[in-house]
Design a protein around this ligand. Structure first.
Ligand code: MN3
Length: 197
């Protein structure tokens, strides 16, 4: 059983102007597809073949000889979450249970947004900004390249790809503008809320 590229839950042009069809054509159709293809090839004759994607990410993260598998499995997992975290006409109001927990753990929604944008902006080079559950508490974290909070025992519920391939066509070098647009106009808060335990 090999892994497959999931379809986007919206049309390629549905997130414009905040994320263009050109960006999604390349990012989903080329970059994500390549991670899936590489992962399937690397798993041939590997002991992790047949394991769940989450298990492959966590186990390969602890074994330096599996760096290639980790990079491609991590990116496959991260992008599956990322596509679901966005929707046309996103942003806007946050479901009440999630809003209450964000207010409780960050002080205010604005303070959460500031922390998330700060995490994504200060991730040097390629990586991700996250909202994750750590021992029942919501936390903002960042990770390099393909890594994610799963490898540290947390549950990511919102991820924003800050690799240049995610924003350079639409925002050029302005990563903070992309992160702000992601939170204000792209996030599918209903999906994020559905990931709460
Ligand atoms: Mn990407």
């Amino acid at each position: 059983m090999s892994f497959e590229l999931p379809s986007l839950p919206y049309a390629n042009d549905a997130l414009a102007p905040y994320m263009s069809a050109e960006t999604l054509d390349f990012h989903h159709g080329k970059h994500h597809q390549t991670y899936v293809t590489n992962l399937n090839n690397l798993l041939k004759d590997n002991e992790l073949q047949g394991a769940s994607l989450e298990d492959i990410v966590i186990k390969s993260s602890k074994d330096a000889s599996m760096a290639g598998i980790f990079n491609n499995a991590g990116q496959h997992w991260n992008h599956i979450l990322f596509w679901q975290c966005m929707k046309p006409n996103g942003g806007g109001s946050i479901p009440s249970e999630l809003e209450t927990r964000l207010n409780s753990d960050f002080g205010s929604i604005d303070q959460f947004k500031e922390a998330f944008i700060q995490a994504g902006t200060t991730q040097f080079g390629s990586g991700w900004a996250w909202l994750a559950i750590n021992n029942g508490k919501l936390v903002v974290t960042k990770s390099a390249n393909a890594s994610n909070p799963l490898v540290d025992g947390m549950k990511p519920i919102l991820g924003c790809d800050v690799w240049e391939h995610s924003y350079y066509i639409d925002y050029r070098n302005k990563r903070p503008d992309y992160l702000k647009a992601f939170l204000d106009s792209l996030v599918n808060w209903e999906f994020v809320a559905s990931q709460l335990d």
